[in-house]
Design a protein around this ligand. Structure first.
Ligand SMILES: NC(=O)c1ccc[n+]([C@@H]2O[C@H](COP(=O)([O-])OP(=O)(O)OC[C@H]3O[C@@H](n4cnc5c(N)ncnc54)[C@H](OP(=O)(O)O)[C@@H]3O)[C@@H](O)[C@H]2O)c1
Length: 251
């Protein structure tokens, strides 16, 4: 069965790999992000790659998902064009790196990280909730290794909030046959996440924490998301799936 899949932050990095994995199996994928040209380029390239062998298709919907009006508008547009949503992947997020010397700057930075990582997911889910498939719908939220072991200040706190909210949502949607899980990636190279903050020394330290001696890739995370969205994962809900090469064990 071809599914309708929504991936926030689907134009780049992990989200793009997630979108690609669904499109390559023939699904109809909706990608969201703030930069229209990035989204449009990704949608065109992924549709071209997926369409001939498998019939998959990727559509771009630009939106700032931290803004309630923008989420309401894009949510209505998606709902008007798609009667059912099978899979929602709340992947959009990132780290605020602005200076935090004063209390005002600290408050603003924490709020930016909360908006970017938590409210994007909460608002998009709320907007699309009426159309999630019942039973059989899937919600997958992107957390982080930082939520489990600390180290990222306001980003750590925001990604921990994603996990707490995932538990609540799993409880409230379980009886309707919708599963809700979080994926917590470790160090994933090859995305825009680290900006200019990644140094060779930091890269080496992060790789040395893994048990397989390599950084994660966007495809590593996409594979976990794809499984959580599958029929085979129907009894798996309210969990955190870690994709970190063993940098953090268990939990
Ligand atoms: N890379 C890692 O090592 C790592 C580790 C753990 C967790 N993660 C998490 O994985 C997710 C994907 O990160 P990535 O590594 O792929 O980084 P990335 O390349 O920076 O991708 C982030 C994506 O989110 C979108 N986005 C950010 N804020 C948005 C907003 N307000 N509204 C709409 N879209 C927004 C961005 O698109 P626009 O800029 O165009 O809006 C971009 O497509 C994030 O939640 C991140 O926190 C990453």
């Amino acid at each position: 069965m071809k599914r309708t899949v929504v991936v926030s932050g689907g134009g780049r990095g992990i989200g793009r790999a997630v979108a690609r994995s669904f499109a390559m199996s023939g699904d109809w994928v909706i990608i969201l992000g703030r930069r229209p040209s990035v989204l449009r380029d990704a949608a065109e390239a992924l549709t071209a790659e997926a369409s001939s062998p498998h019939g998959g298709r990727v559509e771009a919907y630009p939106a700032d998902l931290s803004d309630p009006d923008s989420v309401a508008a894009v949510g209505s547009e998606i709902i008007s064009r798609h009667s059912v949503i099978d899979v929602l992947v709340n992947n959009a997020g990132g780290v605020d790196r602005q200076a935090t010397a004063t209390l005002r700057e600290i408050a603003d930075s924490w709020l930016r990280d909360f908006r970017s990582n938590v409210l994007t997911a909460v608002m998009l889910t709320t907007a699309l909730l009426p159309k999630l498939r019942r039973p059989g719908g899937r919600v997958i939220n992107m957390s982080s290794i930082a939520a489990l072991r600390g180290g990222g200040g306001s980003y750590t706190a925001a990604k921990a909030a994603v996990i707490g909210w995932t538990y609540d949502l799993a409880r409230s949607l379980g009886k309707e046959g919708i599963t809700v899980n979080a994926v917590a990636p470790g160090y994933i190279a090859g995305t825009e996440f680290f900006g200019t903050s990644m140094t060779p020394e930091r890269h080496q330290r992060l790789v040395s924490e893994t048990l397989d001696g390599r950084p994660g890739t966007p495809d590593d995370v996409a594979a976990a998301v794809y499984f959580l969205a599958s029929e085979q994962a129907s009894h798996l809900t309210g969990q955190i799936v870690q994709v970190n090469g063993g940098a953090v064990l268990g939990r």
